[in-house]
Design a binder for this molecule. Structure first.
Ligand code: PGA
Length: 253
């Protein structure tokens, strides 16, 4: 089933594996069409399957990352790169160590920057000077966050330090030994940078995401559901599995 809501193309896959394959195909197509693409990358449980597929495609010579540059959406703060829960570690483990991206072309906010304001400013400047993001991959939190842009009274525009929501800390505690170990803050790309990406690919799987997907697509556009702003972006592809599409299937059929 495929359909379009405003600028958003909605694709519902039968399984997580199918969702991941479709997402990887879109990322690979972007890189094949523009070998020096600027990719915006996401972490979390959702894109693990997509990265696995991309590594497979790379090993099968179906895609080459030599000239690709990437900017990750976020990183916990404070966290050390060597911590196996850092997004630096995650990206290396799931993607970078398996492919041929140049180290200099990989950008992830520094989770132990001393001067946060400078780190955020430089991160945005670097994205801008690179020509902006061609394809931004996003997951979505059960509270509607994208990156770590948590529900708020306003949309935060540039890269900034955020205080993580209790809901996010709880959701992410599944990756840590205990909830106390989840960092309380993070550095996140802002909404303006995300919205300035030329194309956006948002993935969601599992029933826990079904309600927020309905709100994102059909609810009011509000900083209280940060992902709802994507309704205003002209080029968004949303790939869901059946469970995440539970409340919208009849609306997009
Ligand atoms: P998840 O996180 O992929 O682990 O569900 C998504 C997000 O918080 O953006």
């Amino acid at each position: 089933m495929k359909n379009k809501i405003r600028g958003m193309r909605i694709i519902v896959s039968d399984t997580y594996e199918e969702m991941s394959k479709k997402a990887a195909t879109i990322v690979a197509a972007q890189v094949n069409l523009k070998p020096n693409s600027i990719l915006g990358l996401a972490t979390g449980g959702t894109p693990v399957g997509m990265y696995k597929e991309l590594v497979k495609m790379y090993n099968d010579d179906e895609v080459d990352f030599e000239d690709v540059k990437s900017f990750n959406l976020d990183e916990y703060y404070p966290i050390d790169k060597t911590n196996n829960q850092s997004y630096y570690y995650y990206m290396n483990d799931n993607l970078f160590k398996h492919i041929n991206m140049k180290e200099d072309n990989i950008n992830i906010p520094n989770g132990h920057a001393e001067d946060i304001e400078k780190e955020c400013y430089e991160y945005d400047k670097n994205i801008y000077n690179s020509g902006g993001i061609d394809l931004q991959v996003l997951g979505i939190g059960t509270n509607g966050h994208i990156g770590f842009n948590e529900p708020d009274l306003t949309f935060e525009s540039g890269t900034h330090k955020v205080k993580l929501d209790d809901e996010t800390i709880k959701a992410n505690s599944r990756f840590f030994d205990s909830i106390e170990e989840v960092p309380k803050e993070a550095i996140s790309m802002g909404m303006k940078t995300i919205m300035q990406s030329r194309k956006i690919l948002l993935l969601a799987n599992g029933e826990a995401k079904a309600k927020i997907i309905e709100k994102m697509l059909f609810g009011e556009i509000s900083p209280n559901v940060p992902a709802s702003i994507l309704q205003l972006h002209p080029h968004v592809i949303v790939i869901l599995d059946k469970e995440a599409a539970k409340y919208i299937e009849d609306k997009v059929n």
